[in-house]
Design a protein around this ligand. Structure first.
Ligand code: SAM
Ligand code: SF4
Length: 450
């Protein structure tokens, strides 16, 4: 008998990638994807970067619990960072949870789910978090047919003092280059036009490989995959960002001129307490160099406000830094203490109300900067890959410029997956609005800068 499943994904793009690989693996085994309220089993791919993310998942698990009580289904597989963090506690608290496994053991999940369905056994799969049990299916059954994520490295060795990632995702491990290139080729054969290479710190790629093969080598090799149109990557770390990556971006036309380079704070004192390994001045030098080598480059960043001990003076430094750097977009967050990380035990924790106040000030400032930068683009023409329906509004599609700006244009389903020239007609701080000027013939795309 075929079992049915649904997948709920929370958190980062790596979780999206893991969710798509699991979907592919389960469908290849004969499982049928269905509505989450009808499914025999629901896989929840979780995040534990902030407390709020965990609370959301706990309330969702509780909601499924009511269904499970009345209908005897769905069984739940809770996987990913929060599963690693909470472990067997999830099994004890929720009878509907039958499988728990961390991000390094995703390869076990299909067998575990089948066992749970057939024998109703409860499986907790995470006894040795250092071991890597991966899935080997490329995510060919994806939520988006035109673009795909490809994880190039697992884990992180940086141990920023606020961050739970090294504890739940484990130590840094690069995937083999040939494995990555094979996966990209499979995705392209399946119709993918754009890949985003993923890692918590892509610039460290290769440091644990025997051969001398670094991130810039991988970028260049992925760009050579025939019929692939665009290569993106995230996330870069200012401590490890190197000149050879800038050179590869400048020389390979398929590598998009967009970099997400998290700064996290505008105060050197706080950066030191965060264990980030750079100063604001050092960070500024990288931005300067990037903008010199790639004048069209778009730089986005991540920022935390209310880190323990952040004074009003430190906070003012952050506001000044935002004005100087002029990022296109910043992912902002108020500091969330994560048990087991050094910062959670630091003195001078900032009260929630104050963190909220600082967050709303940085958001207001950055919104104005993003809006100003987007407004300048009105009237300009960009090459846009139409890759999805717009989140709101019937008859609207969305696409991205090479610089990763989201553009909304009027259009219908038949235009999806097409490259076109778009004239920008309007701007907000999050989106650009445009009209299609012409469609691009794919045959010449490999030779020109897109
Ligand atoms: N590896 C990347 C880097 O070097 O910044 C980022 C990866 S992390 C999963 C994504 C973002 O979550 C971080 O850039 C940081 O801004 C945010 N983050 C991580 N831990 C946090 C915490 N305890 N509280 C608030 N935000 C946090
Ligand atoms: Fe977390 Fe720092 Fe690693 Fe990014 S680099 S994942 S913030 S520990």
């Amino acid at each position: 008998m075929a079992f049915s499943f649904a997948i709920d994904i929370y958190g980062c793009q790596m979780n999206q990638y893991d969710g798509d690989r699991l979907r592919t693996s389960l469908i290849r085994r004969g499982w049928i994807e269905t509505d989450r309220n009808e499914a025999d089993a629901v896989v929840i791919v979780t995040c534990s970067i902030r407390e709020k993310a965990e609370q959301k998942v706990l309330s969702e698990i509780g909601r499924y619990g009511k269904l499970y009580k009345t209908k005897g289904k769905p069984l739940l597989a809770v996987i990913g960072c929060m599963a690693q963090n909470m472990g067997a506690d999830l099994l004890r608290r929720f009878p509907q949870v039958k499988v728990v496994t961390g991000p390094r053991h995703i390869g076990w999940v299909p067998d575990a789910l089948e066992n749970a369905m057939r024998h109703k056994t409860v499986l907790y799969l995470d006894e040795d978090p250092r071991e890597m049990i991966d899935l080997h299916d490329a995510p060919v059954i994806r939520s988006n047919p035109y673009k795909a994520f490809v994880t190039i490295a697992h884990g992180c060795d940086n141990f920023c003092t606020y961050c739970i990632v090294p504890y739940v995702r484990g130590r840094f491990v690069s995937r083999r280059p040939n494995e990555i290139l094979k996966e990209v080729s499979e995705l392209v054969d399946d119709g993918v036009l754009e890949v985003t290479l993923l890692g918590q710190n892509v610039d460290s790629y290769g440091k644990d490989l025997k051969e001398s093969y670094r991130f810039s080598n991988l970028l260049r090799d992925v760009a050579k995959v025939p019929r692939l149109l665009r290569v993106r990557f995230t996330t870069s770390h200012p401590r490890d960002f190197t000149e050879d990556v800038i050179k590869a971006m400048a020389e390979e036309s398929k590598i998009c001129p967009a970099v997400n380079l998290p700064i996290q704070s505008g105060s050197d004192r706080i950066l030191k307490k965060m264990n980030r390994g750079y100063t604001v001045e050092g960070y500024g030098r990288i931005i300067k160099r990037l903008r010199e080598a790639l004048p069209e480059v778009s730089i986005t960043s991540d920022l935390i406000v209310g880190f323990p001990g952040e004074t009003e003076e430190d906070f003012q430094c952050t506001l000044e830094m935002l004005k100087t750097m002029e990022f296109g977009l910043v992912h902002t967050a108020s500091y969330s203490p994560r048990e087991g990380t050094p910062a959670a035990n630091m003195p001078d924790q900032i009260p929630e109300e104050e963190k909220k106040r600082r967050l709303s000030i940085v958001n207001e400032l950055q919104d104005a900067i993003s809006f100003k930068k987007n407004k300048i683009l009105e009237g300009k023409v960009f090459e846009v890959l139409l890759d999805d329906f717009a989140p709101k509004g019937k008859g609207m599609l969305q696409g991205r410029t090479p610089t990763d700006k989201v553009v909304l244009v009027p259009g219908d389903e038949s235009m999806l997956g097409k490259l076109c020239k778009v004239r920008i007609t309007g701007a907000s701080n999050w989106y650009l609005y445009g009209e299609i000027v012409s469609f691009r013939d794919f045959s010449d795309v490999l030779e020109v800068r897109i």
